[in-house]
Design a binder for this molecule. Structure first.
Ligand SMILES: NC(=O)c1ccc[n+]([C@@H]2O[C@H](COP(=O)([O-])OP(=O)(O)OC[C@H]3O[C@@H](n4cnc5c(N)ncnc54)[C@H](O)[C@@H]3O)[C@@H](O)[C@H]2O)c1
Length: 500
């Protein structure tokens, strides 16, 4: 029997003991990994090992896929009706709500995000997401279609089958909820791989899924590294669909593996380089706060981070001055301190990557207007950072940094900003700030991105679709749109009186 990880939180915002299983969850049981090897889970505030979890291998993926198929063919899939799936998901949402502080504390410990935002953002949103898809489970409807001949034709939206789901470390619980919510609502059986950097909330969720009473094999979790467990999922001949959130680089590998194996269906949620656009008629106080939230929320580790801030030239100097003053007030530090806005970056690799981008900005001639330095002496803390004097082809303007680093750039008018904003291979999100509705919406419609916020940033809702244009991804998650990722449409044609 695999062990558990026990941790006592004694923080200003949460006190209590938490116990998390550290094995794999296959066929309704927590089990050891077949290799007997482990992965260290590192605390990003100090670089020390928090605990270690069982490392899954391709063999464990095969076991999980077999268990998922068995469930799909006997107790889940077409064998569990929508009312039952809805009841189980609603129960899971209730269990998550009962454990909201525990999940928030684990998320903060594992990822370094603040307890405050973990609870208000990640965990609350995840509960709402699971509850939202509980509502859909008994409303998966087909159509009846009239034809030219006397037939009864109808469609059935059947569960896609066994699905593989691979998720990143920046929003560990939310990404899990976005994936398993629609998959379990439609009756798919799941094999999920959390990020090797942040497995703790997914493991705790496996415990809650077990407690909710989902049939054995309907949900399976295999911890592990991307190039082993992740790649085996993408390559697997018996997985019907793979849903991936992560970097564009790995997204390409997933698609290639899907094409080379069994042509499995693919959904990709990838990177971004989203613009925040501030027109001269914006409510400037609000635009400053939202644009800062757009880039610095979750330490800049958001796929939709507003990392390119474009300001109309007539208000550029005033905006920059006040945006910088606001940036200085954002406290970087302990995720469990109530005053903290920004915790550490996830790991040494990301820390080095971000500092590398800051160096490249300097080398290519941009000005570090604020920040650009490490905060403290241990862990992976980086100051919120503002670059000015950039050129369109600089790496810090074109590439996803995935840290608290923005570029503030001037624009002239509507035509200029549409051109500059769309000058990117990505197209995940954008924010437009203006009090002139024609100007705001006119611009919003011309931006090539899956989400455009008007006078806001980084707001997501379970019933609103999310996903990318261009190299930011394929398909949509959340909302009714996500159901299409997990259903196969079958048309049934009944001959009423056509004679051969
Ligand atoms: N569009 C979105 O909705 C969204 C949301 C969150 C994060 N992201 C993106 O995710 C990235 C950051 O996350 P990350 O560093 O964890 O990304 P990553 O691509 O390195 O890893 C994501 C997941 O894929 C796995 N993986 C790695 N190599 C693999 C392979 N060869 N085959 C299969 N799986 C593999 C990892 O283990 C992890 O679980 C950023 O680029 C960010 O923009 C996108």
């Amino acid at each position: 029997m695999p062990g558990t990880f026990k941790y006592t939180f004694d923080t200003p915002v949460f006190k209590g003991e938490v116990e998390v299983p550290v094995g794999l969850y296959i066929n309704g049981k927590f089990v050891d990994g077949s290799s007997g090897t482990f992965i260290d889970v590192i605390n990003p505030t100090n670089g020390k090992t928090t605990t270690r979890i069982a490392e899954g291998t391709p063999k464990d993926v095969n076991l999980a896929v077999a268990a998922a198929h068995k469930a799909f063919d006997t107790t889940w899939g077409l064998h569990a009706n929508g009312v039952e799936r809805s009841r189980l998901l609603a129960k899971l949402a209730d269990l998550m709500e009962t454990n909201i502080d525990t999940l928030s504390a684990l998320e903060a410990l594992d990822n370094g995000k603040t307890f405050y935002w973990a609870k208000r953002g990640d965990v609350s949103h995840s509960i709402n997401c699971i509850r939202y898809y509980a509502g859909w489970a008994d409303k998966i409807l087909g159509q009846t279609i009239e034809t030219t001949e006397a037939k009864l034709v109808y469609t059935r939206h059947e569960p896609a089958g066994v699905v593989g789901q691979i998720i990143p470390w920046n929003f560990p619980l939310q990404m899990m909820a976005w994936k398993i919510g629609p998959a379990l609502a439609t009756g798919c059986a799941v094999v999920l791989k959390p990020s090797e950097f942040t497995p703790l909330t997914a493991l705790y969720m496996a415990k809650l899924i077990d407690e909710a009473g989902f049939p054995a094999g309907s949900f399976n979790l295999v911890n592990g590294y991307g190039h082993t467990v992740g790649q085996t999922i993408a390559d697997h001949p018996d997985i019907e669909k793979v849903a991936f959130t992560g970097s564009t680089l790995v997204g390409r590998k997933i698609m290639e593996a899907a094409a080379k194996s069994n042509l499995k269906n693919v959904t990709l949620e990838l990177g971004g380089k989203s613009p925040s656009i501030v027109f001269d008629d914006a409510d400037i106080d609000q635009a400053i706060k939202w644009a800062a939230f757009g880039i610095y929320y979750n330490h800049g580790q958001c796929c939709c981070a507003g990392s390119r801030i474009f300001v109309q030239e007539t208000i550029y100097d005033e905006f920059l001055k006040r945006f910088t003053e606001h940036t200085k007030t954002l406290k970087v530090g302990d995720p469990f301190s109530p005053e903290t806005f920004q915790g550490p970056q996830i790991n040494q690799q990301q820390y080095d990557r971000i500092m590398g981008f800051i160096d490249s900005g300097k080398e290519q001639g941009a000005t570090v207007h604020f920040g650009g330095n490490r905060v403290g002496t241990e862990g992976y803390f980086i100051s919120p950072t503002i670059f000015t004097d950039t050129k369109p082809d600089m790496r810090i303007v074109q590439e996803e940094i995935f840290g608290p680093v923005c570029v503030v750039i001037k624009f002239k008018d509507e035509a200029d900003i549409v051109k500059q904003a769309n000058d990117t291979v990505y197209g995940l999100a954008a924010a437009v700030f203006s009090q002139n509705i024609q100007r705001a919406l006119g611009t919003a419609h011309k931006i090539r991105a899956g989400t455009v916020w008007v006078n806001a940033a980084n707001m997501l809702y379970p019933n609103v679709p999310f996903g990318g244009y261009k190299q930011s991804g394929i398909g949509r998650e959340l909302g009714e749109y996500a159901l299409a990722n997990y259903t196969s449409v079958k048309s049934v044609q009944v001959n009423l009186d056509i004679k051969m």
